[in-house]
Design a protein around this ligand. Structure first.
Ligand code: HEC
Length: 151
């Protein structure tokens, strides 16, 4: 699928859903979403898994557990704690410009965003109905937060 057509289609779909659920403004897509909102699809996470295993797992390990203090884990409290309060846009930026070390930017934007989906999936953030797209304004509107309190 061409990326140039993916963005508008996804946005259109989500805007339609928002209209149905009476969440008024399309702004709701660009703001106030979190990693708990279902911001990627399961299929996208599977694509990201392939890229991760090929390009990242050699260092960060196939199960994302990292290697001691030298190579950070990309799952669990260590990971979510370090990302807390940041946006998915910041996370995407770090990965796509610095990873793999010395070869930042060596993967396509689509591959990087798929890897982000995979990492979210491995941290138990739920999938949703639309792929995560690599548009700055969309990624910047998704926050790593604690989610909804249980009580
Ligand atoms: C050659 C080994 C190596 C490979 C391959 C590699 N990384 Fe890393 N990664 C590291 C090291 C070492 C660090 C810590 C130092 C640093 O941040 O540069 C790191 C840091 C990170 C961080 C920052 C962690 C944090 O919480 O701040 C992320 C995210 C990350 N890597 C993701 C990836 C992804 C995604 C890939 C595949 C596209 C990848 N890495 C490939 C070695 C690697």
């Amino acid at each position: 699928m061409k990326l140039s057509t993916l963005g508008p289609r996804v946005l259109g779909t989500v805007a339609g859903l928002l209209a149905l659920t009476a969440f008024a403004a399309p702004d709701a897509l660009l703001n106030n979403r979190s990693v708990w909102s279902g911001v990627y699809t399961a299929a996208q996470a599977e694509r990201g898994a392939e890229t991760f295993q090929a390009s990242c797992a050699g260092c960060h390990m196939p199960d994302l557990s990292g290697r001691g203090t030298a190579i950070p884990a990309l799952r669990g409290d260590v990971f979510t704690g370090s990302r807390h309060g940041q946006t998915v846009g910041e996370f995407y930026e770090v990965i796509s410009t610095t990873m793999p070390p010395g070869r930042g930017g060596s993967l396509s934007a689509e591959q990087y965003v798929d890897v982000v989906a995979f990492v979210l999936n491995q941290n138990a953030f739920p999938p949703g109905d639309s792929d995560l797209v690599h548009q700055d304004e969309v990624l910047a509107g998704i926050l790593f937060d604690e989610g909804v309190a249980a009580d």
